[in-house]
Design a protein around this ligand. Sequence first.
Ligand SMILES: C[S@@+](CC[C@H](N)C(=O)[O-])C[C@H]1O[C@@H](n2cnc3c(N)ncnc32)[C@H](O)[C@@H]1O
Length: 217
Amino acid sequence: MDLVSSRKFVFSDERYTEEVNIPEIAKAEYGMYTWPCAPVLAQYVWHNRSLIRNMSILELSAGTALPGVVAAKCGASVHFSDCREFPQCLENIRRSCESNGIQRPIIHGLTWGNIDHLSDLPHFDLIMSSDCFYDPHCFEDLIVTIACLLEMNNDCKFICSHQERDSSWNIEFLLHKWKLKATRIPLISFHGDSSAIAGSELPGNHTIHMFEIVLST
Ligand SMILES: C[S@@+](CC[C@H](N)C(=O)[O-])C[C@H]1O[C@@H](n2cnc3c(N)ncnc32)[C@H](O)[C@@H]1O
């Protein structure tokens, strides 16, 4: 077992506090530790917890699943997912959930671009993901998946946090091709503009953006 640490996040305001402990694995694979985008999306969830309570939410490519765990602790019904071909990531989601008292989490193996399995899913009010646009070779598969999920779920939106790694990367033409539109959500609007969210050292000095993506028609 390569388990090395557990990272603590404490979300709080004047009235409520929610503590989340995320186990992390010492492996180079992407879904094994918490990326700087995750606390930003989790902060968005925390800030909007009265809206998301009772919502049915899908977290795509959850990795260590911090945003989904926060949503579940705030009363949402959360389905988690990661790549079908990465069983260790799926197991990692289970570990994060169980470490935070979420028993029998619902976890789906969903691979970007493989839309056959999407019809097995229930209806979602919100789909979210942190740091899934990190490999331009996968952008179209991911956008196709998002477009299909939005088509299948009336009035649903996709919220994602994104780490800027290369300013030449552009998804505008793919959004247009798959009839989607993106709107930036200012980090300051949900107190996601701190370099140390929820008492952690994340996102640090990385440049993070938040977007809402919906069908353009
Ligand atoms: C940069 S990590 C982000 C993980 C987590 N959301 C976070 O922010 O900490 C990218 C995630 O995408 C997942 N992933 C990579 N390729 C994938 C694919 N083809 N289909 C679905 N998920 C994939 C990885 O397993 C990993 O969980």
